[in-house]
Design a protein around this ligand. Structure first.
Ligand code: FAD
Length: 366
């Protein structure tokens, strides 16, 4: 008899399993996929760790979380510095002095600020009514037109004038020549890929892969005293109140017979004609020197039930449904719900690890 059945071998489930095992408990982890790691899973192709479910860059300001992950695997010094491609024009991201030089040939922060301010004033938007007006009132028309508009429309599958203003609260603008995308103190990629982290978390723990909880529910429930559930919240309740909606993605992985395709891990395509939003070249996450390279085209997609769920849609309709499902969660006594799917919220990796550690401490009364 196990103390805990953990449904889902993603970061939440794996941290939970590791911490419970450390406290002398016996755990069984099951996942319906044929691998561990959830969305952080890397597939080794030509010696390159391919981020199979989308590019994953670890970043955090929390020293405890950074020390925690580094206790399982060493991280490299990768710094996320994406490049935008707008009809062949290249711009550094996030918006910084390099971007402004590329856009307007301005060389000083004063010149860049004046250019942005001039465009904001010309647009004369007092109260932004939609995402387009909000973005222009923050960064002006050139940056909006070339680097925000079409990229955002591809991501959301809707026109910026039809998207609410609140989606963009701030647009970080940096008046230094600094292409580091994140402001966090710590950042990197596990040396050897994310599988190393997940394997270390699950070391010595029973794992069954290719096992769908719902297809084996009675047997699995009987095998453990308590359940930690990290799958989709609505699915746990057999979708009885309706479907929580997601935005989905499609990835096309491709191996190329060249050592270096685009010279950067992440290139965003910000024009409206290219159907994909990004090309990821995975070897650059780990400074790879292999003869070949693996690239992934990322296409945003509408989500229909049964498709891979990626980003929760936190609009009024789904938030209301979520509140109804949460009432059912409160009535479920022997199950701990955690992670991005069971909580129906977007978590970065450091956040989901933090959430799992906090729930463990609470559960064990520490
Ligand atoms: P998951 O990793 O989704 O794990 C849940 C697991 O449960 C899955 O393996 C699933 O197969 C399994 N499961 C579900 N239902 C069942 C069932 N019925 N039976 C058995 N198993 C089941 N975070 C960052 O910090 N940096 C990034 O750069 C970053 N990039 C991202 C890019 C994309 C495209 C996406 C979608 C997310 C990104 N994230 C990033 C977020 C990161 O992926 C999550 O924080 C993390 O994966 C959440 O872990 P989890 O355990 O909650 O969920």
């Amino acid at each position: 008899m196990y103390d805990y059945l953990i449904v889902g071998a993603g970061l939440f489930g794996n941290v939970w399993a590791h911490e419970a095992t450390k406290r002398g408990k016996k755990c069984l982890v099951v996942d319906r996929r044929n691998h561990i790691g959830g969305n952080t899973y890397c597939e080794n192709v030509e010696g390159i760790n391919v981020h199979y479910y989308g590019a994953h860059i670890f970043h955090t300001n929390d020293k405890d979380i950074w020390d925690y992950v580094n206790s399982f695997v060493e991280f490299n010094r990768y710094t996320n510095s994406p490049v935008a491609n707008y009809y062949g024009e290249l711009y550094n991201l996030p918006f910084n002095m390099n971007t402004f030089y590329q856009m307007w040939k301005v060389r000083t922060p004063e010149e860049a600020k004046a250019k942005i301010q001039e465009q904001i004033e010309a647009a004369n938007i007092k109260e932004p009514k939609n995402l387009e007006e909000q973005a222009i009132s923050l960064v002006g028309t050139d940056i909006y037109e070339k680097l925000i508009k079409s990229y955002t429309e591809k991501q959301w599958g809707r026109k910026c004038v039809d998207l609410p203003a609140f989606i963009i609260k701030r647009l970080p603008v940096r008046f230094t020549f600094d292409n580091n995308y994140f402001n966090d103190r710590y950042q990197g990629i596990p040396i050897g890929g994310y599988n190393k982290l997940n394997e270390a978390l699950l070391e010595g723990i029973d794992v069954r892969l290719g096992v769908d909880y719902f297809k084996n529910r009675a047997e699995l429930d009987a095998s453990a005293k308590q359940i930690v559930y990290t799958g989709q919240l609505d699915e746990y309740f057999d979708f009885k109140l309706g479907y929580l909606e997601y935005r989905s993605l499609r990835f096309e992985h491709q191996t190329l017979d060249t050592p270096n395709h685009q010279g950067n891990a992440v290139v965003n395509y910000t024009d409206g004609e290219t159907a994909y939003t990004r090309i990821i070249e995975h070897k650059h996450f780990e400074f790879g020197t292999q003869d070949k390279t693996v690239i992934t085209h990322e296409y945003p997609q509408e989500w229909t039930p049964g498709q891979e769920p990626y980003y929760p849609v936190n609009d009024d309709k789904n938030d209301k449904l979520l509140r109804e499902y949460r009432k059912l969660v409160d009535a479920e006594t022997n199950v701990i719900f955690g992670g991005r799917l069971a909580e129906y919220r977007y978590y970065d990796m450091h956040q989901v690890i933090g959430s799992a550690l906090a729930k463990v401490r609470k559960h064990f009364g520490e």
